[in-house]
Design a protein. Structure first.
Length: 399
């Protein structure tokens, strides 16, 4: 009898490894990342069509970021009231035609509106799909957040990889039409399998506002300080390697490639690692890897060793943000959508602010000292790492 109860308990603890709701939320992450990846190769033509200077293009990209920051808290409030399923579906549908819109706008003002909405729908869907991933984690009693973010990275890589080929063969409008159809297909496959998680309306109303407790803001700080080094590597590693380490054009691209590769691999492995070590220990190990990697890249005497540093940094940063998101979605007494919207807004504001701030600082002191300063932020994450214990609350009825 005792053996039977133990067996039933083990079955109740965890469901299958790749359920339909997990497949659905993975596809949502893939679609979101794919949309971002498809946008990247369109930027030069977008700037040329609207006759934008580098400064004006920078302002447009800032408008994209502002759209995300405006819409993320709105999505969080809607998730608290309606559940993540209906919100992620709505914003995914709104996102589908935006690449086409970005391709046909002819004036600066309509382009500004389009890019604001594009950034807003990307950000809002981001909050909703992370909230849905937290619900799937709870239903499965196992960590899935890292692999979800791996699918986002995979989508971004696929979008960027096919962009040049499609544009050269079909033109910019043809490219936009093909990726729109592909996005519709991805969404259509995911649509019937998305996990429903609607909260009780009278429970949601008092919580659909910015939280007054410090915990989500501290987790948001962790995400912010984790994503600032990520933004630094994504935007500046190639320039750093070419200007300060005398790397060739080909070699200078390997910094980002090494970082992206180790990040994607470790995100797919991250859930297994988290299940074995727990969120706190995983976060601490990852943060140490990120610190060692960034210091190595900053102090490397040549480009090759700097690239090794960026690869180590990718191993570290890969699972830091997913753990922060999981923890935010499991704060006792707080709706997952609210906690996640705070963490995503703060985290992505780091990706928005970091590139310009790093560029300004590097112009005056060089990249090496700036890269050497970034591990200080990671030490703060290490100091707050005990908060990751909330990410291990998956499957508990704490809301």
């Amino acid at each position: 009898m005792d053996d039977m109860m133990k067996t039933e308990g083990l079955q109740a603890r965890r469901s299958g490894f790749f359920t339909k709701p997990r497949a659905a939320v993975s596809l949502l992450f893939l679609m979101n990342g794919f949309s971002v990846g498809c946008w990247a190769p369109k930027i030069p033509e977008f700037a040329e069509r609207l006759q934008l200077s580098k400064f004006e293009l920078g302002l447009m990209i800032l408008v994209f970021g502002v759209g995300s920051l405006v819409m993320m808290p709105i999505a969080g409030a809607q998730i608290a009231g309606r559940g993540s399923k209906i919100v992620v579906k709505a914003f995914a549908v709104l996102l589908v035609p935006m690449l086409l819109a970005m391709t046909v706008v002819e004036s600066v003002w309509t382009a500004a509106i389009a890019i604001f909405l594009f950034g807003g729908f990307i950000g809002a869907m981001d909050v909703a799909m992370n909230a849905n991933a937290v619900s799937v984690e709870k239903s499965m009693r196992r960590a899935i957040m890292s692999s979800c973010h791996a699918f986002w990275s995979l989508g971004g890589l696929l979008g960027a990889a096919i962009g040049g080929f499609l544009i050269s063969h079909l033109g910019y409008l043809g490219h936009a039409e093909v990726v729109t159809v592909l996005s519709i297909l991805i969404l259509a496959v995911a649509w019937p399998m998305i996990l429903g998680d609607q909260p009780h309306p009278d429970e949601a109303k008092p919580k659909a506002r910015l939280p007054m407790i410090p915990l989500p803001w501290l987790l948001g700080l962790m995400a912010l300080f984790s994503m600032m080094p990520e933004g630094a590597v994504l935007d500046w590693s190639a320039l750093y390697l070419s200007q300060e380490k005398a790397a060739s054009v080909t070699l200078s691209g390997f910094g980002f490639a090494a970082f992206s590769l180790t990040m994607a691999v470790m995100r797919f492995a991250g859930d297994f690692v988290r299940d074995q070590l727990g969120a706190v220990r995983t976060l601490r190990v990852c943060t140490v890897f990120a610190i060692v990697g960034m210091v190595t890249a900053a102090l490397a005497p040549n480009a090759e060793l700097a690239i090794v540093g960026f690869a180590l940094c990718g191993i570290g940063i890969s699972n830091m943000v997913p753990i922060a998101f999981s923890a935010a979605g499991n704060i006792p007494g707080l709706q997952p959508g609210i906690g996640i919207s705070v963490v995503t807004t703060l985290g992505y504001s780091g990706m928005l602010v970091a590139p310009s701030a790093i560029g300004f600082a590097a112009e005056h002191v060089g990249f090496s000292p700036v890269l050497l300063a970034l591990p200080v932020l990671l030490l703060v994450v290490l100091a707050l790492s005990s908060l990751a214990r909330y990410a291990d609350g998956i499957g508990q009825s704490s809301h």
